[in-house]
Write a protein that binds this ligand. Sequence first.
Ligand code: NAP
Length: 250
Amino acid sequence: MNKTVLITGATAGIGKATAELLAQHKFNLIICGRRKDRLVSMQKALETFANVHIGSFDIRDKEAVSKFVASLPIPFSKIDVLINNAGNAHGLDEIHEGSTDDWEAMIDINVKGLLYMSRAVSPQMVERKSGHIINIGSIAGKEPYMKGNVYCGSKHAVDAINHGMRMDLFKYGVKVSQICPGLVNTEFSDVRFKGDHSKSEAVYQGMTPLKAEDIAEIIHFVITRPKHVNISDTIVLPLDQAASTMVHRQ
Ligand code: NAP
């Protein structure tokens, strides 16, 4: 039987590219995000290849997350793979000038949202003694960078949660893996700079960033390893980036 994969943050960037790739490989897909119009058109496009169920909710809403998972229709209710991908950076400011609204968004989405979804999905994996949770971390969760204070903090939290989750779940046969990208050209910088394209374009100027599809291919590789193999963590950088703050530009 085809495996069922739930992807959070599937309306754009890495999550969308992953949904598109996994649909081609015939996984059953549950795609989530707030923008319902995008989910509906993705469902239409991907149903040529795979079975697709959509979930439009804000991952900060604990009740909405647990209600959605508890009420999945039978063909989608057994989740084999959870991809905790929803997340963003909001703002880029020195700590004394940061917006507390931005800080709350990052902690509530990147950390608490990931926890709510994991709490809702992991019990069925433990009960079945199989499953795989993929957490999308970041190079920012390995090394902080200037003005990235709270985003880096949220991704360091993902790094620790990923490690801790694996310690809790491995004895139940549940794999836990983290993928930590460097610069990927998605809507990420547009969100960070609140739609200011001149600022978001500057992030990738003079260098070749990763594409969302590059990360999707790695996710596909990680979830298709044999049962005894768990790729616990990976850092994936563009060639033009050697560390979170070291980018070679032409
Ligand atoms: P993106 O293109 O902006 O996509 C972000 C996704 O997260 C969207 O589908 C968005 O959907 C969803 N999302 C955001 N807030 C949400 C909320 N409150 N509730 C539900 N869904 C929400 O960014 P991306 O680059 O693909 O980012 C995906 C992941 O990769 C994030 O965890 C990010 O931190 C990580 N990452 C990105 C980079 C990079 O350079 N791009 C590098 C390292 C790590 P809706 O807006 O429709 O809700």
